[in-house]
Design a protein around this ligand. Structure first.
Ligand SMILES: Nc1ncnc2c1ncn2[C@@H]1O[C@H](COP(=O)(O)OP(=O)(O)OP(=O)(O)O)[C@@H](O)[C@H]1O
Length: 254
């Protein structure tokens, strides 16, 4: 059974080339970003991207991460994927994780489409034998035809997305983490991609998605987690959390 538990997790990112003396003491709090703090014992600064966050996500949950720019949504996903180590607190992840962040990550521009299917498949956890067995079916589903024999650097952005997308969705993950930005491509591909995504997402035991698109969150998620300056502002049924978030955006400042 898939599960993710975060206990009092904080993520501090030290910024090495900014001195705290350069910061203006803004009276108005920033509306974006994490919390900027002087680093203890130094003139440097630290950004607290996640601030003491505890979460208990269990099998079957479909979480949408909501919040302003720099609220910490991508950072939480990276902590869950094991890319970032928390500065404080503990993270426990049970189940295989598939992360769809930077869709082109790990692809080699000089290798052909076929070779990139193998490379990316191995990055996603397939053995060479498994991915070789599946590569033909994955290649066919891209609609790239003979371009699969050409180096990736000859592909347009949409063509590369097709390739990466086909490999990424060929696995059946227990935990699926998605950062917004997937969906680039032409209309026909998008239609195909949506169907493939729907079943891919349906197969995952636990889904966490960060997105600014309310439509996408409503389609895929049932629980909303509203983040603000690295902290949890609210968690609950998606509809209620989205309404509260939208109300906060339209409320007069002050
Ligand atoms: N590589 C980095 N170096 C320095 N600061 C970073 C880095 N990555 C993120 N941060 C900081 O961490 C905080 C949280 O960023 P994060 O990317 O998690 O926000 P987000 O909610 O995903 O934002 P957006 O909706 O704009 O994508 C921000 O204040 C950002 O400035």
């Amino acid at each position: 059974m898939a599960a993710i538990t975060l206990q009092n997790v904080s993520v501090d990112i030290p910024i090495l080339d900014v001195s705290s003396r350069s910061l203006k003491n803004n009276v108005l709090a920033a509306v974006t970003g994490g919390q900027i703090k002087p680093t203890a014992g130094s003139k440097k600064v630290t950004i607290r991207a996640i601030d003491n966050l505890s979460l208990d996500l269990t099998h079957g949950m479909r979480i949408g991460l909501i919040g302003h720019n720099g609220a910490g949504k991508s950072t939480i996903l990276r902590v869950m994927a094991g890319i970032y180590e928390p500065t404080a607190g503990s993270v426990k992840v049970e189940g295989d994780v598939a992360a769809m962040f930077d869709i082109g990550f790990g692809m080699d521009p000089d290798a052909s489409g076929w070779e990139n299917i193998i490379l990316r498949g191995m990055l996603l956890g397939y053995s060479r034998k498994e991915i070789e067995l599946r590569s033909e079916e994955i290649g066919l589903s891209t609609g790239l035809g003979d371009f699969l024999s050409m180096p990736l650097r000859t592909y347009s952005a949409g063509m590369s997305t097709r390739l990466a997308f086909a490999v990424s969705t060929s696995i059946t993950p227990e935990i699926l983490l998605i950062d917004e930005g997937i969906g680039a491509g032409d209309a026909a591909f998008l239609q195909h991609a949506k169907e493939r995504l729907r079943s891919f997402i349906g197969e995952a035991g636990l889904l966490v998605v960060a997105s600014h698109s309310e439509e996408l969150l409503r389609q895929w998620c049932t629980t909303g987690l509203w983040m603000e300056h690295g902290r949890q502002r609210a968690i609950g049924p998606l509809d209620e959390v989205l309404t509260a978030y939208n109300d906060s955006l339209s409320a007069p400042a002050g």
